[in-house]
Design a protein around this ligand. Sequence first.
Ligand code: HMG
Ligand code: MG
Length: 297
Amino acid sequence: MSLPAQVRIVEVGPRDGLQNEKTIIAAADKIELINRLSDTGLRSIEATSFVSPKWVPQLADAAEVYAGIRRRDGVAYPVLVPNLQGYERARAVGATEVAVFSAASEAFNRKNINASIDESIERFLPILERAAADGVKVRGYVSTVLGCPYQGEVAVADVVRVARRMHTLGCYEVSLGDTIGIGTPGKARAMLRAVAGEVPMAALAVHFHDTRGQALANILACLEEGVAVVDAAISGTGGCPYAPGASGNVASEDVVYMLEGMGIGTGVDLAKLVDTGRWLASRLGRASGSKVTLAAH
Ligand code: HMG
Ligand code: MG
C-alpha cells in the first residue's frame, strides 16, 4: 500500500453538480460560486458545460458564466464539450481546457449523447485536432465504469478500451466515472488496476457519485492503487440527468477532510470550502450534501 503524498482535486460542482439540481440558480450565483471556489486553493474547477441547452437547460448560460468568472493564475477552468459546436462556443469565451466524454456502455451513451461509443469518439477527433493546434488541454471522461443504469453490468475490458483510446488520442488525463454510484471498493480497485495496465496511473483520475454511500471507500481503495487525482463536487451536488438515480458526486468537503486527516496534502482550505458549500446549499434551498459541513457549527 503506497498512498500518494499529494492529491489534486478536480472540483466538478459548477458543472456536474449544477447540471442536475432541481433549482436553477442565476448566472451571477454560478459566477460567485466559481470565484469563491477559486479562493479555496483548488487548482482545477470544471466551470460549466457547452452541451445542447435543450438537453441540459440548467447550464444554458454557460457562455455568460464562463465570461463572467475571475480566472485566477494557477487554476484551470475546464469545461465539458460534446462536439465541435461545443468546442467553438467554449473557445469563443476564452476556454483553454475542455473535457470530452464517452461511456463504457453503449446503452448509456445512446441516452446521454445520442451516439454510440465509436460515434462519440469520432466526434472528439476534430476537437482534439483543433485543441492541439490551439494549445488547449483536453481531459477525457469514461462514464459507467462500474455499472450502467440501462445495460447493468459493464465489462472491465470495455472500460479499458475506451480509456486507452482517449489517452492515445491525446487526452492528458482520463477520469473514470462511476456515474450511478454502484461500485464497491474491490470492484473499483480491480477496474482501476486493469485500466492502469494500459494507461499510466499519472494520467488517471477517479470520479465517484455517492448514490449508495460508497464513494469515500472507493476513493480510498483507488488511492491505495496509486491514483492521485480525485473528482468531487462542492456540497455533494448533482448527478447526471441521463442516469436515473444518479445522486450527487462525493462532496469535496468530505474528500478534503478524509485526505488531510490521512496526511495527504490537497492544498485546499477546508474552512473556506465548507463556507462555500454552505452558501451554495442556501442558494439551492436545500441542506448540504456534505457530512463534514453538516457537522461543522
Ligand atoms: P443531438 O440532438 O443528437 O444533436 O444531441 P444534433 O447534432 O442533432 O443537434 C440537435 C440540436 O442541438 C441542434 O439545434 C444543434 O445546433 C444543437 P437545432 O437545430 O435543433 O436548433 N446542438 C448544440 N447546441 C449548443 N451546444 C452544442 C450543441 N450541439 C448540438 N454543443 C448532443 C447530441 C451531444 C448535442 C446532446 O445529446 C447533448 O448535448 N448531450 C449532453 C448530455 C449531457 O450533458 N449529459 C451530462 C454530462 S455527462 C456526465 O454528467 C457524466 C460525467 O460526469 C462522468 C460520470 O459521472 O460518469 C462526465
Ligand atoms: Mg459525473
